[in-house]
Design a protein around this ligand. Sequence first.
Ligand code: HEM
Length: 467
Amino acid sequence: RRPKNFPPGPTALPFFGNVLNLNVDNPLKYLETLRRTYGNVYSLYIGHRAAVVLSGTKALKEALVNKAVDFAGRPQDMYFSAIAEDRGVILADYGDKWKEHRRFSLMTFRHFGLGKQSMEQRILEELQITMSNLEKHTGKSLKAQVMFHIMASNVICLVLFGKRFDYEDEFMKKYVTSITAVMKLMNGPWAFLYDSFHWVRSLPLPFNKGFQIMKTIKSMTSSLINEHKMTRVPGEPRDFVDCYLDEMDKRADDGTSFSPEELLYTCINLHAGGTDTTSNTLLTAFLYLMTKPHIQERCQQEIDRVLEGKDSVTFEDRHNMPYVQAVTHESQRIADTVPLSAFHATTRDTELMGYSIPKGTIVIPNLSSVLSEEGQWKFPHEFNPENFLNHKGEFVKPEAFLPFSAGPRVCLGEGLARMELFLILVTLLRKFRFIWPEDGGEPDYELVFGITVAPKPYNMKVELRTT
Ligand code: HEM
């Protein structure tokens, strides 16, 4: 039974709650039906656990921004929290340890803002390698998903570990496959079972695989960190890991939350958080750029004009490229990469839009509902860069643009992701024309649901531009 004055919602079955209606292949349609019936704040049950679903810009901002601390927790005692052991940043509960690690990570990212080691340089460095690979493929088809995935993974590896991995590197292939496998388990039916019935947790069921794979990921990350310990010069950090090790030295005696285990999870979080998200967004962007060549050409005209005489693009150039900015943002809106954000939890008994929500309730921010909310967008249901342009052709960002969520838990990698999307798009479009291959069939814009959603894999054809 729902607590007093709790948000309304569908009747829940004993034991199962509403999970049987939540199609793991795509729960978004069911959630939209519930929103129409119960409004922008409603509840449902995941097994015996109550969850409040927030839809639309107003409810989301009211909770995540205006009542920031009340809604900044992460659910505990669930499959994904057991996998994460309350460590790192993404799944750690609200508290001092999370705050210290979030603050440190953001500061370190900023530290790499300038100079030769800057984020911008690391992205452009990786792009050089991608471009020479693409040149070898001119006139041929190639698998876009693999290319974007490696690019995104390498950018974050350069930031974390100061090194990149070749396309065929066995270590990185295994690392990425393992992270993908755990994420799939976290979003699958076995996780629902684990969350719904405590008594199944000690049984030898497939969810145990997640814990085993996590051991592998931890030991692989450890080996990367240990390499650093041998070669680092304290006080002269080359990358994120060096910065963390320096910080651990500095704080050795102050009862700090910084520890080798936290470093492991933080690195895993940043790699996992920064790879699929960025690469799936790029995959969506190029799907539309190829199948709507007039949009691609208009981007190229703007890029040629603004970069005339320059060797390469800088992130600053975005201010002179309103159309490209509109296209990158529209790609993110349509890509809907993390549709249900990461689940939040209330940190204390609280109220939201007249409802009472007890401490520890799961909160699901439905970002997807905001990114296509009617009344917030000129063209909510179609790919159209005009969503981000005013009548003078200037770039504008509507307040419903929340692909990174909002409030104290807003994506920690937002700055890096925005820089990557812009630099990658501009650099690639300047040099190449991207073409939907003749044998590619009808383009399929349907997204495949997961913790991060993605377009179906496709091939792209590239040609060198002549201008
Ligand atoms: C297009 C790319 C990206 C998208 C759409 C995206 C989206 C998100 C979303 C929706 C959240 C959940 C926020 C919440 O709980 O309310 C999140 C959290 C997070 N993201 Fe991203 N992300 C992207 C790229 C990145 C990158 C490149 C990194 C790493 C550098 C990263 C690291 C993280 C981390 C560590 C968190 C957890 C923040 C916390 O709990 O305090 N993300 N991201």
